[in-house]
Structures are given as C-alpha cells and as structure tokens.
Design a protein. Structure first.
Length: 454
C-alpha cells in the first residue's frame, strides 16, 4: 500500500497546495516524516478554528486544508503501521474527510471531487468486517472492546461493521449473569456470535435482517408449520428436530435443520442477499479502478457493484490499462488479481537511464581532467615567461646562455599552448557528457496512460 499512499500524498501536497504557511509547526513534522504527530497537529489546529458554519469563506478553506493534510498524514503513517493500527488510521482519515465534506470546506468543485475519491480509497482499504451479535435477551447489554474501539448496545441483535483485528465481547444479562467471548475478524469477513442467557425455556431466535423476510418452522411436535414475517422472531418450541425456512423477496428459500433439547435456547442468523462484491488486487497497488466509467478508488480494495454485466478498467500512470468484463451476481464476490504491464514508453525511458551513470562519470572525469591539464598549462606558461625573462637579462653579456634560456622558454610555451588546447577540449567534452547524462523527469515521459491525480 505504500505506493498508493505516497501517490495520494503527492496529490495533496501539489494538487491541493499543502499549506505550509497555515501551520509551519505541523508542516515541519510532516517534512521530518513524523506523520502521526503531524496528523494530530493538523487536526488540533482545525478543531481550534471551530465549526465551519461560523467561519468566513477564507477560514473555511484554511480549515479544509488542515483536515485534508491531517488525513494524508494518517495515510502516510498507515504505510508503516501494524495491521490493526493501519486500519484505525485509515478509518480516522475517513472520519476527517467526512467532516470536511459535511461542513462544506472545499474551495472548488474539483477539490471536492478529489477529496471524495480519497475518502473512497481510504474507506475501501480499511476492510470492514460484517459482524452480528445475538444476545437472545431484549435487556442484555453487549460491550465490545478492540484496538482503540469501545462500544455498548442493549438488545437481542447487534449488527455492526468492525475493522479487522481482535476483540473481546462481554454480555451482561439481567440478574448479574455475564457471558464473555474473544474473537478475531479478518478484512471483509462475515461473522456471527451467539450468546445465550441462562434459561429453563426451550426456544429458538431467528434473525433475518430484513423486515419483509418470511420465516417458517416445521417439524418436531408442530401440527402445522409456524409462520412469521420480519427481521426477528423468537419462538418457544418443544424438544425435537426442526427445519427453518427463510424466504427473501424474489429469492429461493434458505433452509437449516436443527435439534433442540429441553431448557436449551438457540439462535440462527440469516442475511438477505447483498449486492455483488468485487475485490481487486494488483501489482503494484495504487491502481485507479473504474466501474462502468465511474471512479471507485485505488487498489487494493473491495467494493459493492450492481448486478449484471460490469466493465472494469484499471489505470495507472505509465502502465498499460487493463480491461475486464464480469458478470456480477447477488450475494457473491468476484476476485480479480492482476499484474499491471509497463507502458512501452516507460520501458524505453528506463532503458535510456541505464547508461546515464557512465555518461555522468565520463563528464565529471573530463571536467576534472580539463581543469587539471589547464592548471598545468598555466604553470608551463609561467615557467616559459620566467625563462624568457632570464634570456633577456643575459642577452648582452652571454649570447650562448641567452639562446639556451630562449629555447627552454619556447619549449615550455609550446607545452603550455598544447595543454590549454587539450584542457579546453576536455572541458567541452565534460560539459557535453553531463548535458547528455541529464535524466528525463518521469512527468515528461510520453506514456500512453497519464492520470491527473498521480
């Protein structure tokens, strides 16, 4: 996930004008890669500004930027966190972006749309599990604890979405009786926990999670099927073997057989057919997903889609787009796992970078050599001038010495001229080599696929 979060951070820092001047201390934490502290700092600064409805337009925009920066800082922090903490950070980021949207803190429609896409991506990466808790008593209090999570509810049935991780459940029944259970849920999992109060009654509780569901119990000592309709039904039964049939609208009945003994309480949970689900995994991750032309987030993610034939397009800058057509069926999950292929333009660019190191070494070597040779050439000219000066001093008194000094001076001068030429050529070659070794920025590579938000 690291690449996806880095790409999203770049979107905010550059595309949304990450406002360092608004709170330099928070920005300094972000720059030093203390991302969670930066998120706390940005969120605190936003909270101190008050409700968006009481702010001027300029201040609303400033608060919006602080919330976005806090969400992106959490996204960066999540990249290096443990699984439970990673899911919590992304959930917290979603909450900040929902506040941003609820208070209308966007400065333009384009920024509002980009924020919504970011929120979708974070929400899809949390991996919520669907959990049903059945207490079998209308006055039971269920208390649930997990990583940075604590919540309670009174009643017979509790349906909720939980982050992946470990949890402990405690149910308090009237009369001081407690039931405890520890459990763990994975990403996108479904789990049902049934706890029964101490009772001498023989009864069954059926949870359908749909008000229009038809429930039928037959068998045992029932003379005719017992029928009810609704999301919850508790029925006292005689000991024996029975069959439950639950029928949802436009669906075939779902059957389950069971046996019940004297004094026993049982509970069964059924779920109505949900929308088709699509899980998409890619290498690398951070690929934009479009379903029937609509952006739905970045991989890796799991989303609900409409029934029927759906067109899936996966796009990422400098990768070839992938297109798949699936048939989505109710209450079923499709899984796509794809290795994205690099754009040929990117491969050519990558190949062109392989010789850059050699050209850079050549260029710097020629520059250094040219300067060294130029320095030696300058020294030769200095020696030549000194020899010529000595020759002039003895010209009138010792012509033979004059000729010797003059020849030596001319030799040094010739060597100096040659050195200047060679050094100059080396300098020119070095400059040309370094210019040719300049890398083309990835942003200028003419890839077939280039997305605005990457």
């Amino acid at each position: 996930m690291k690449r996806v979060v880095v790409g999203l951070c770049a979107l905010v820092v550059w595309g949304w004008a990450f406002d360092a001047s608004a709170d330099p201390a928070c920005y300094a934490l972000f720059r030093s890669q203390r991302f969670q502290e930066a998120a706390d700092c940005f969120q605190k600064a936003a909270n101190e500004m008050g409700a968006g409805s009481s702010l001027s337009q300029e201040k609303r925009v400033e608060k919006g930027r602080l919330l976005r920066n806090a969400a992106l800082s959490l996204g960066r922090a999540a990249g290096n966190a443990k699984p439970e903490e990673r899911a919590w950070m992304r959930e917290r980021a979603v909450g900040l972006l929902r506040l941003y949207d609820r208070e209308g803190l966007h400065e333009s429609a384009a920024v509002k749309a980009a924020t919504a896409r970011l929120r979708q991506t974070f929400a899809g990466q949390v991996g919520y599990a669907a959990v049903s808790i059945v207490t079998n008593h209308p006055k039971a209090t269920a208390s649930l604890k997990g990583y940075r999570y604590q919540e309670s509810r009174v009643g017979m049935v509790w349906n909720l979405n939980l982050r992946p991780g470990r949890y402990s459940l405690e149910v308090d029944y009237p009369g001081g009786i407690k039931r405890e259970e520890a459990f763990e849920v994975g990403a996108f999992a479904r789990k049902t926990l049934v706890l029964n109060p101490p009772s001498s009654a023989t009864q069954v509780t059926i949870v359908t999670n749909a008000e229009d569901a038809l429930i039928q119990i037959e068998g045992g000592k029932l003379q005719s099927p017992a029928i009810s309709r609704g999301a919850l039904w508790t029925k006292k039964l005689e000991p024996g073997s029975y069959t439950i049939k639950v029928t949802y609208r436009s669906q075939q009945p779902t059957e389950k057989g069971f046996s019940i003994e004297a004094g026993q309480s049982l509970a069964f949970v059924f779920n109505p057919p949900g929308p088709p689900a699509l899980q998409i995994l890619t290498k690398p991750d951070g690929v934009s997903v479009f379903v029937d032309g609509q952006y739905r987030g970045k991989t890796d993610l799991r989303i609900d889609v409409k029934e029927g034939t759906r067109e899936i397009i996966l796009r990422r800058t400098c990768y070839l787009p992938e297109k798949r057509t699936i048939t989505a069926e109710a209450n079923k999950e499709k899984r796509l796992a794809l290795d994205m292929k690099r754009d040929p333009a990117y491969i050519r660019w990558q190949d062109s970078q392989k010789g850059l190191r050699g050209r850079q070494i050549f260029g710097w070597s020629m520059l250094a050599g040219g300067l060294l040779i130029g320095g030696v050439a300058g020294a030769m000219h200095g020696v030549a001038s000194a020899k010529h000066a000595e020759a002039q001093d003895v010209r009138q008194t010792n012509f033979t010495a004059y000729q010797g000094f003059a020849r030596e001076g001319n030799t040094f001068r010739t060597v100096g001229h040659v050195g200047v030429g060679v050094g100059g050529a080396a300098l020119i070659a070095g400059v040309v080599g370094l210019v040719m070794a300049q890398s083309t920025p990835l942003s200028e590579v003419p890839c077939e696929v280039r997305l605005k938000d990457e």
